[in-house]
Write a protein that binds this ligand. Structure first.
Ligand SMILES: [Zn+2]
Length: 531
């Protein structure tokens, strides 16, 4: 109901990385780069943006990985937190805040769930869980592996990474630890989604946000049958403890998956230094494996929180999913060591070039593949070569010239077309980092070709070429921020490293004369193929 150009408060987040390792290219090409390009582009469009997430310390994956690596969970988390923080910086991911859960966070999450529990939002259920008698512990989530009862992929209890479906620990078809352990009854607290079917259905009916097709299918498939109940607690000592069953009952901890929703609320409020959910729109970037939790559990928790008087707002909520990114045809596997680490790749090709090629091949709507060789040839052909060509031509012919007359009609038309392509890629309704990278590649291609034929005696042609280059300061900033800064410097304009350039200012020509483009920046990788 808002006018298209009103300044909106937009919160952007991506699924918290599990601190059992560094980010790999699948993370970067999916939710991480997607959310950064989104946060940056909304700033370019003039909105007020908060962008944050945290690590996901309470996932049982942390414990299973630590056990496998012969270290303790805390040491593993500290190491992973440092690596991920460094990788985000190297990648130019401009989060306002990236934190680890601390005491204040834990208290907030415990308080949130306890409030809903006290208001009767959850039900107590007896469930069968694999029980490790030797350790005296129940096994759930990452501790339990087997075959997904829906798609037969190898899966861990909780969420099947292959189909995004939800499964209780005892529902996996035995093959692995689930088969080896006997079952034992445990009393846990659950969120029975079927109880809230009407509210969930109303929420989707009232929303004008169009879901990406894969998430739309998770929603319609799930609504077509009885909705499952989701454990809110597990009998566990790992995670945020709650004492709902009294001091003598076995220890229960909050399931780390529903916790993510409350974490986003908390960290975004911290980043904005404002009340919970105090924004006009929440944009979440997730892998499809988080689709069910996001589409059902987060939505239901937000509705229950509002209903039961927690001070949360219910902003317009947009979830942008991505599919799997394959590494030379195989699925990335941290546990098998079959990964390409994001930090290493950023170092080997340079930040802009990595961001460009990962955006261009991002698995936004369907599975896509990363091949080292194809990526390098794409970078050369669609990024390096046009930039070298246009730099050579413009630096020779146009250094010292200014964009001081209106552009020729040819350049005006080209600029309007390119701007429209970028704007479509950046608008939330049609947001796509693939489209943004494609728009950038075509902009560079056109400029490179045309820059060799500029009529130096025609001020409108000279102005047009300079304005077309200048527009990259704004249009390229979300995808390739270093190129944007290089264009900025070539016109002696104010730096855009910290301050986003605004689309509204795009029509203002640069004040200074063109002094040549310097695209060789040793800190971000020279624009030649590494040998
Ligand atoms: Zn499955």
């Amino acid at each position: 109901m808002t006018a298209p150009h009103r300044k909106q408060r937009i919160n952007v987040t991506f699924s918290p990385p599990t601190p059992n390792g560094d980010l790999h290219l699948g993370h970067l090409a999916g939710p991480v780069l997607g959310s950064d390009v989104c946060a940056r582009s909304q700033k370019v469009l003039g909105h007020d943006v908060a962008f944050s997430t945290s690590t996901d310390d309470n996932q049982t994956y942390v414990v299973t990985t630590a056990e496998r690596m012969g270290t303790g969970p805390e040491a593993l988390i500290q190491h992973a937190f440092k690596s991920v923080t460094t990788t985000l910086e190297r990648a130019g991911v401009q989060v306002d805040l990236f934190e680890r859960p601390d005491a204040a966070y834990t208290e907030f999450v415990e308080g949130f769930f306890t409030h809903l529990w006290r208001h009767g939002a959850f039900d107590q259920r007896e469930v069968e869980l694999p029980y490790d008698a030797e350790a005296g512990e129940y096994r759930a989530e990452a501790f339990v592996t087997g075959r997904c009862p829906a798609c037969l992929a190898h899966a861990r209890a909780g969420v099947c990474e292959a189909c995004g479906g939800y499964n209780l620990p005892a529902a996996l078809l035995p093959s692995g630890t689930a088969a080896a352990l006997p079952r034992r009854t445990a009393s846990i607290w659950v969120l029975d989604l079927e109880r809230y079917r009407a509210q969930i259905t109303d929420w989707y009916r009232a929303s004008d946000v169009r879901l990406r097709p894969d998430l739309a299918r998770v929603v319609s498939d799930s609504l077509a049958t009885r909705l499952p109940y989701i454990p809110i607690t597990y009998p566990s000592t790992w995670g945020i403890a709650v004492g709902w069953d009294g001091p003598d009952a076995p220890a229960q901890a909050i399931n780390a998956w529903p916790e993510i929703y409350v974490g986003h609320l908390y960290w975004l409020a911290q980043a904005r230094k404002a009340d919970l959910g105090d924004c006009d729109e929440l944009v979440q970037f997730i892998g499809i494996d988080n689709g069910f939790y996001n589409a059902f559990v987060y939505v239901t928790l937000s509705l229950l929180a509002a209903e039961h008087g927690l001070p949360v707002a219910l902003p317009k909520t947009r979830t942008l999913t991505n599919q799997y990114y394959l590494l030379e045809g195989r699925k990335f596997s941290t546990s098998k060591g079959d990964v390409r680490w994001a930090g290493e790749y950023l170092d080997s090709v340079g930040r802009d070039r990595a961001r460009f090629v990962l955006a261009l091949t991002s698995p936004e709507l369907q599975q896509s593949e990363f091949s080292e060789e194809i990526a390098l040839s794409t970078i050369n052909r669609r990024f390096d070569e046009p930039i070298s060509a246009l730099t050579r031509a413009l630096n020779t012919t146009l250094a010292g010239r200014s964009a001081d007359t209106p552009p020729s009609s040819w350049w005006a038309a080209a600029l309007a077309a390119s701007r429209q392509r970028f704007e479509e890629a950046y608008r939330l309704e049609t947001f796509s980092i693939r489209k943004a990278a494609e728009a950038l590649a075509l902009h560079l291609e056109v400029l490179a070709l045309r820059s060799e034929q500029i009529d130096l005696d025609d001020p409108a042609d000279v102005s047009g070429a300079l304005l077309f280059l200048w527009s990259l300061r704004t249009l390229a900033w979300p995808v390739t921020p270093d190129l944007s800064e290089q264009v900025t410097q070539s016109f002696s304009a104010p730096s855009v490293v910290e301050q986003a350039p605004l689309l509204a200012e795009l029509t203002e020509p640069p004040a200074g004369a063109f002094r040549g483009l310097n695209t060789r920046r040793p800190d971000h990788g020279a624009l030649t193929t590494p040998s």
